[in-house]
Design a protein around this ligand. Structure first.
Ligand code: BDR
Ligand code: CA
Length: 312
């Protein structure tokens, strides 16, 4: 039985690859819907980009909803410096033809979870946690319907990418992250510690391109665009595919290793706001609330990704 998921996302080239991976994996994954959130770029663009990605996969039947247009307590911080002005710079993609659903993304999450049996839906947040936290605040009863939240966000050994201490998704809406991490729902975290090892090196990029398909070429061109930022900043070998690690975990969890530890979110300090304070060394008696990943089998991850993109 495929696992039912809702993808909550702010595409973003790496979000886009994550969506394609999920669409290419119907045996393991059933996408109930995609909710867009403001993050890498404002909401109007993320909602548009999510639909563009579905159309790259020929899946205009997927339901895409627009959710929250700003974080719970702060003004929106965006990342055009990484993802480009549209959020999805790189290949020239047509305006999406498929409709955006009328329902608000948060209401879709609530209604969908309420209609499902307890512990059966996995939430996959790939951006700031505003939609998920808002849904949990509006309808606390939905928590028991969630099997697991598998999210990309945070960092421990890698520390920050948007400030010296904080990773982007958590930094944009730390109040939302705090609600999610305190929800009691089982959480799996893909932090920068993992995603900075998921690098699209030149041969891995070439493997996408050599698929010779439209989705393969688009993925290669997205990473061509996206890699310049990390190459300049970290001197790394290519673009980190942060968000696809979330979907890969649903398909092949054995590619990842981590620790079940306590993770708290810093919401107060001006210096470290948005930091994920992970008790990696278990030096406190705070109760573990998340499986915090630390490593991945990068070759296995890219083999899976390339094979699946090749199915589209
Ligand atoms: C995260 O921030 C965004 O720029 C990426 O899409 C990813 O979700 C990495 O910090
Ligand atoms: Ca993202």
């Amino acid at each position: 039985m495929p696992r039912k998921i809702i993808i909550d996302t702010d595409p973003g080239q790496d979000d886009a690859v994550a969506i394609l991976l999920a669409l290419a994996s119907p045996e393991e994954i059933e996408i109930l819907g995609i909710t867009a959130v403001a993050g890498n770029v404002p909401l109007a663009l993320t909602a548009r980009n999510a639909r563009k990605v579905c159309e790259v996969a020929g899946r205009s039947d997927v339901k895409v909803y627009a959710g929250c247009d700003r974080p719970l307590a702060h003004t929106l911080v965006t990342a055009e410096h990484v993802h480009g002005k549209t959020g999805l710079d790189g290949p020239d993609l047509p305006e999406p033809q498929m409709p955006l659903q009328d329902q608000h993304g948060v209401d879709f999450i609530i209604e969908t979870l309420r209609a499902e049996p307890p512990g059966t839906v996995t939430l996959c947040p790939l951006g700031p946690l505003t939609n998920i936290a808002t849904a949990l605040q509006k309808a606390p009863d939905i928590a028991e319907k969630v099997q697991e939240i598998v999210l990309m966000g945070g960092a421990y050994f890698e520390v920050g990418n948007i400030t010296p201490a904080a990773e982007f998704n958590i930094y944009v809406d730390p109040e939302a992250a705090e609600i999610v991490f305190k929800s009691g729902i089982p959480i799996v975290v893909m932090p920068l510690d993992v995603t900075h090892k998921a690098l699209v090196t030149a041969p891995r990029n070439e493997a996408f391109r050599s698929l010779g398909t439209h989705p393969g070429t688009v993925v290669a061109e997205w990473t061509d665009f996206f890699e310049r930022f990390d190459k300049e900043k970290y001197g790394s070998a290519g673009a980190p595919l942060h968000d696809p690690t979330v979907i890969a975990y649903l398909i092949r969890p054995e590619l990842f290793t981590g620790r079940h530890v306590n993770v708290e979110i810093e919401t107060q300090s001006n210096l470290t706001r948005g930091m994920t304070v992970a008790d990696w060394w278990r030096v406190t008696d705070r109760a573990p609330n998340a499986m915090f990943m630390g490593d991945l089998d990068a070759d296995g991850f890219f083999a899976l990704l390339t094979e699946r993109i090749g199915r589209l």
